[in-house]
Design a protein around this ligand. Structure first.
Ligand SMILES: [Zn+2]
Length: 272
Protein backbone atom coordinates (compact mmCIF):
# COMPACT_ATOMS: atom_id res chain seq x y z
CA UNK A 1 0.00 0.00 0.00
CA UNK A 2 1.76 3.16 -1.14
CA UNK A 3 -1.01 5.66 -0.41
CA UNK A 4 -1.09 6.62 3.30
CA UNK A 5 -4.27 6.22 5.36
CA UNK A 6 -5.95 9.09 7.23
CA UNK A 7 -7.54 8.30 10.62
CA UNK A 8 -10.28 10.95 10.79
CA UNK A 9 -11.27 10.35 14.42
CA UNK A 10 -9.00 9.39 17.32
CA UNK A 11 -9.07 10.34 20.99
CA UNK A 12 -5.30 10.43 21.30
CA UNK A 13 -5.51 12.39 24.57
CA UNK A 14 -7.77 9.83 26.27
CA UNK A 15 -6.33 8.59 29.61
CA UNK A 16 -6.22 5.05 28.15
CA UNK A 17 -3.22 6.23 26.10
CA UNK A 18 -0.62 6.20 28.84
CA UNK A 19 2.53 5.99 26.72
CA UNK A 20 4.52 8.72 24.97
CA UNK A 21 2.36 10.00 22.07
CA UNK A 22 5.42 9.72 19.80
CA UNK A 23 5.20 5.92 20.19
CA UNK A 24 1.56 5.92 19.05
CA UNK A 25 2.40 8.13 16.08
CA UNK A 26 5.42 5.97 15.16
CA UNK A 27 3.33 2.79 15.18
CA UNK A 28 0.68 4.52 13.07
CA UNK A 29 3.25 5.63 10.50
CA UNK A 30 4.82 2.15 10.43
CA UNK A 31 1.35 0.70 9.70
CA UNK A 32 0.83 3.11 6.78
CA UNK A 33 -1.13 5.89 8.49
CA UNK A 34 0.01 9.31 7.31
CA UNK A 35 -2.33 11.61 9.20
CA UNK A 36 -4.56 11.48 12.29
CA UNK A 37 -7.24 13.87 13.51
CA UNK A 38 -7.18 14.10 17.32
CA UNK A 39 -10.55 15.01 18.79
CA UNK A 40 -11.40 16.77 22.01
CA UNK A 41 -14.64 16.06 23.86
CA UNK A 42 -14.27 18.55 26.73
CA UNK A 43 -12.01 21.53 27.38
CA UNK A 44 -8.97 19.65 28.82
CA UNK A 45 -8.95 17.05 26.03
CA UNK A 46 -9.40 19.82 23.43
CA UNK A 47 -6.43 21.72 24.86
CA UNK A 48 -4.38 18.51 24.84
CA UNK A 49 -5.36 17.80 21.22
CA UNK A 50 -4.07 21.23 20.17
CA UNK A 51 -0.78 20.58 22.01
CA UNK A 52 -0.42 17.27 20.20
CA UNK A 53 -1.13 18.80 16.79
CA UNK A 54 1.54 21.42 17.49
CA UNK A 55 4.00 18.69 18.49
CA UNK A 56 3.37 16.62 15.31
CA UNK A 57 2.74 19.13 12.50
CA UNK A 58 1.46 17.61 9.26
CA UNK A 59 0.95 14.30 11.06
CA UNK A 60 -1.62 15.10 13.78
CA UNK A 61 -4.36 17.72 13.43
CA UNK A 62 -6.76 18.83 16.16
CA UNK A 63 -10.50 19.23 16.50
CA UNK A 64 -11.87 20.96 19.59
CA UNK A 65 -15.36 20.66 20.98
CA UNK A 66 -17.72 19.69 23.77
CA UNK A 67 -19.34 16.26 23.45
CA UNK A 68 -23.13 15.96 23.95
CA UNK A 69 -22.38 14.12 27.23
CA UNK A 70 -21.19 17.52 28.54
CA UNK A 71 -24.49 19.24 27.78
CA UNK A 72 -25.80 19.33 31.38
CA UNK A 73 -22.61 20.96 32.72
CA UNK A 74 -21.91 24.70 32.98
CA UNK A 75 -20.58 24.79 29.40
CA UNK A 76 -21.62 28.35 28.40
CA UNK A 77 -18.70 29.65 30.49
CA UNK A 78 -16.31 27.48 28.47
CA UNK A 79 -17.23 28.88 25.07
CA UNK A 80 -14.80 31.83 25.06
CA UNK A 81 -11.85 29.49 25.67
CA UNK A 82 -13.19 27.04 23.08
CA UNK A 83 -13.38 29.90 20.57
CA UNK A 84 -9.76 30.81 21.35
CA UNK A 85 -8.65 27.21 20.82
CA UNK A 86 -10.79 26.86 17.70
CA UNK A 87 -8.99 29.78 16.08
CA UNK A 88 -5.60 28.04 16.40
CA UNK A 89 -4.16 27.13 12.97
CA UNK A 90 -3.56 23.55 14.22
CA UNK A 91 -7.33 23.18 14.65
CA UNK A 92 -9.00 21.96 11.47
CA UNK A 93 -12.52 21.25 12.80
CA UNK A 94 -14.98 21.74 15.64
CA UNK A 95 -15.75 18.41 17.32
CA UNK A 96 -16.67 16.17 18.74
CA UNK A 97 -20.16 17.67 18.85
CA UNK A 98 -23.58 16.16 18.28
CA UNK A 99 -26.58 14.43 19.83
CA UNK A 100 -26.72 11.19 21.79
CA UNK A 101 -30.15 9.76 22.47
CA UNK A 102 -28.69 6.33 23.26
CA UNK A 103 -26.87 7.01 26.52
CA UNK A 104 -29.07 9.90 27.53
CA UNK A 105 -26.39 11.21 29.91
CA UNK A 106 -27.70 14.77 29.46
CA UNK A 107 -31.05 16.26 28.59
CA UNK A 108 -32.16 16.49 25.00
CA UNK A 109 -32.87 20.24 25.24
CA UNK A 110 -29.39 20.95 26.63
CA UNK A 111 -27.78 18.76 23.97
CA UNK A 112 -29.54 20.81 21.30
CA UNK A 113 -28.42 24.10 22.83
CA UNK A 114 -24.83 22.92 23.09
CA UNK A 115 -24.87 21.64 19.52
CA UNK A 116 -26.32 24.89 18.15
CA UNK A 117 -23.80 27.03 20.04
CA UNK A 118 -20.92 25.03 18.55
CA UNK A 119 -22.36 25.02 15.02
CA UNK A 120 -22.43 28.80 15.29
CA UNK A 121 -18.85 28.79 16.50
CA UNK A 122 -17.80 26.63 13.54
CA UNK A 123 -19.40 29.09 11.12
CA UNK A 124 -17.79 32.02 12.87
CA UNK A 125 -14.37 30.35 12.62
CA UNK A 126 -14.94 29.04 9.08
CA UNK A 127 -14.25 25.42 10.05
CA UNK A 128 -16.11 22.14 9.43
CA UNK A 129 -17.59 19.94 12.18
CA UNK A 130 -17.09 16.35 13.41
CA UNK A 131 -20.48 15.05 14.41
CA UNK A 132 -21.44 12.32 16.86
CA UNK A 133 -24.97 11.06 16.29
CA UNK A 134 -26.12 8.06 18.24
CA UNK A 135 -29.74 6.94 17.90
CA UNK A 136 -30.35 10.53 16.75
CA UNK A 137 -29.90 10.33 12.97
CA UNK A 138 -33.39 11.58 12.14
CA UNK A 139 -33.27 14.26 14.91
CA UNK A 140 -30.04 15.80 13.72
CA UNK A 141 -30.48 15.82 9.96
CA UNK A 142 -32.37 19.15 9.92
CA UNK A 143 -29.69 20.98 11.90
CA UNK A 144 -26.95 19.51 9.72
CA UNK A 145 -28.66 20.42 6.45
CA UNK A 146 -29.10 23.97 7.72
CA UNK A 147 -25.46 24.11 8.85
CA UNK A 148 -24.25 22.79 5.47
CA UNK A 149 -26.13 25.55 3.67
CA UNK A 150 -24.63 28.24 5.92
CA UNK A 151 -21.17 26.65 5.67
CA UNK A 152 -21.28 26.77 1.87
CA UNK A 153 -22.11 30.48 2.05
CA UNK A 154 -19.21 30.93 4.43
CA UNK A 155 -16.85 29.27 1.91
CA UNK A 156 -16.23 26.10 3.98
CA UNK A 157 -15.48 23.49 1.26
CA UNK A 158 -16.96 20.45 3.10
CA UNK A 159 -19.37 21.01 6.03
CA UNK A 160 -18.28 18.07 8.14
CA UNK A 161 -17.96 14.38 8.92
CA UNK A 162 -20.65 12.15 10.39
CA UNK A 163 -18.31 10.15 12.59
CA UNK A 164 -18.68 6.38 13.17
CA UNK A 165 -22.01 6.42 11.41
CA UNK A 166 -24.24 3.80 13.03
CA UNK A 167 -27.34 4.17 10.86
CA UNK A 168 -28.30 2.52 7.59
CA UNK A 169 -27.28 3.57 4.08
CA UNK A 170 -30.74 5.12 3.64
CA UNK A 171 -30.25 7.15 6.83
CA UNK A 172 -26.84 8.32 5.61
CA UNK A 173 -28.03 9.64 2.26
CA UNK A 174 -29.58 12.94 3.48
CA UNK A 175 -26.22 13.82 5.10
CA UNK A 176 -24.39 12.87 1.89
CA UNK A 177 -26.77 15.07 -0.09
CA UNK A 178 -26.03 17.96 2.26
CA UNK A 179 -22.32 17.51 1.47
CA UNK A 180 -21.18 15.67 4.60
CA UNK A 181 -18.58 12.91 4.60
CA UNK A 182 -19.60 9.67 6.31
CA UNK A 183 -17.00 7.87 8.38
CA UNK A 184 -16.70 4.10 8.77
CA UNK A 185 -15.05 2.71 11.92
CA UNK A 186 -14.05 -0.68 13.38
CA UNK A 187 -17.60 -2.11 13.61
CA UNK A 188 -17.50 -2.67 9.81
CA UNK A 189 -15.20 -5.62 10.63
CA UNK A 190 -17.62 -7.29 13.10
CA UNK A 191 -19.09 -10.53 11.70
CA UNK A 192 -22.71 -9.62 12.49
CA UNK A 193 -22.50 -6.10 11.11
CA UNK A 194 -23.77 -6.58 7.55
CA UNK A 195 -25.63 -3.26 7.75
CA UNK A 196 -22.39 -1.26 8.13
CA UNK A 197 -20.78 -3.21 5.27
CA UNK A 198 -23.79 -2.35 3.12
CA UNK A 199 -23.29 1.30 4.13
CA UNK A 200 -19.57 1.14 3.30
CA UNK A 201 -20.38 -0.44 -0.07
CA UNK A 202 -23.15 1.98 -1.01
CA UNK A 203 -21.74 5.39 -0.07
CA UNK A 204 -20.63 7.56 -3.01
CA UNK A 205 -16.84 7.46 -3.38
CA UNK A 206 -16.46 11.17 -2.63
CA UNK A 207 -18.35 10.84 0.68
CA UNK A 208 -16.36 8.06 2.31
CA UNK A 209 -13.73 8.41 5.06
CA UNK A 210 -12.45 6.00 7.72
CA UNK A 211 -11.51 6.29 11.40
CA UNK A 212 -10.56 4.29 14.48
CA UNK A 213 -12.45 6.22 17.22
CA UNK A 214 -9.53 4.92 19.27
CA UNK A 215 -9.09 4.00 22.10
CA UNK A 216 -12.63 2.69 21.59
CA UNK A 217 -14.11 0.27 19.03
CA UNK A 218 -11.13 -1.94 18.08
CA UNK A 219 -11.61 -3.89 14.84
CA UNK A 220 -12.47 -7.60 15.05
CA UNK A 221 -8.88 -8.88 15.10
CA UNK A 222 -8.01 -6.63 18.06
CA UNK A 223 -11.22 -6.97 20.10
CA UNK A 224 -10.59 -6.73 23.81
CA UNK A 225 -7.51 -4.55 23.22
CA UNK A 226 -7.18 -0.79 23.36
CA UNK A 227 -7.68 0.56 19.84
CA UNK A 228 -5.12 2.90 18.23
CA UNK A 229 -4.58 4.58 14.84
CA UNK A 230 -2.29 1.80 13.56
CA UNK A 231 -5.26 -0.60 13.73
CA UNK A 232 -7.17 1.31 11.04
CA UNK A 233 -5.67 -0.95 8.36
CA UNK A 234 -8.13 -3.75 9.24
CA UNK A 235 -11.04 -1.32 8.84
CA UNK A 236 -9.69 -0.14 5.48
CA UNK A 237 -9.40 -3.77 4.39
CA UNK A 238 -13.04 -4.50 5.34
CA UNK A 239 -14.17 -1.40 3.42
CA UNK A 240 -12.17 -2.52 0.37
CA UNK A 241 -13.79 -5.99 0.51
CA UNK A 242 -17.27 -4.45 0.87
CA UNK A 243 -16.75 -2.15 -2.11
CA UNK A 244 -14.87 -4.63 -4.29
CA UNK A 245 -11.93 -2.22 -4.51
CA UNK A 246 -8.25 -2.76 -3.75
CA UNK A 247 -6.87 -1.61 -0.41
CA UNK A 248 -4.71 0.87 -2.31
CA UNK A 249 -7.78 2.39 -3.99
CA UNK A 250 -9.56 2.72 -0.64
CA UNK A 251 -6.49 4.35 0.90
CA UNK A 252 -6.21 6.82 -1.96
CA UNK A 253 -9.90 7.66 -1.99
CA UNK A 254 -10.46 8.07 1.75
CA UNK A 255 -7.26 10.07 2.29
CA UNK A 256 -8.12 12.38 -0.61
CA UNK A 257 -11.57 12.98 0.92
CA UNK A 258 -10.14 13.62 4.40
CA UNK A 259 -7.56 16.02 3.02
CA UNK A 260 -10.25 17.84 1.05
CA UNK A 261 -12.07 18.68 4.28
CA UNK A 262 -9.28 19.08 6.84
CA UNK A 263 -6.21 20.17 4.90
CA UNK A 264 -8.06 22.82 2.87
CA UNK A 265 -8.98 24.51 6.16
CA UNK A 266 -5.41 24.28 7.33
CA UNK A 267 -3.97 25.68 4.12
CA UNK A 268 -6.31 28.65 4.37
CA UNK A 269 -5.56 29.25 8.06
CA UNK A 270 -1.81 29.18 7.56
CA UNK A 271 -1.96 31.15 4.31
CA UNK A 272 -0.28 28.39 2.29
ZN1 LIG B 1 -15.29 10.15 19.33
Amino acid sequence: MSSPLFDTHAHLTDPKFTEDPAAIVDRAVAAGVGEVLALGCDLPSSEAAVELARAFPGRVYAAVGLHPHEADTAWPGLLPRLRELGADPAVVAIGEIGLDAYRGWSSEANQRRLLNAQLELALELGKPVCVHSRAAESDIVGAMTEFARAAAERGIPVPGVMHCFGGTLEQALPFVEAGFLVSIAGPVTYPKNDETRRLAAGLPARSLVIETDSPYLPPQGMRGQRNEPAFIVETARAVSAARGMSLEEVAQLTTENARRIFCAVRAEATGR
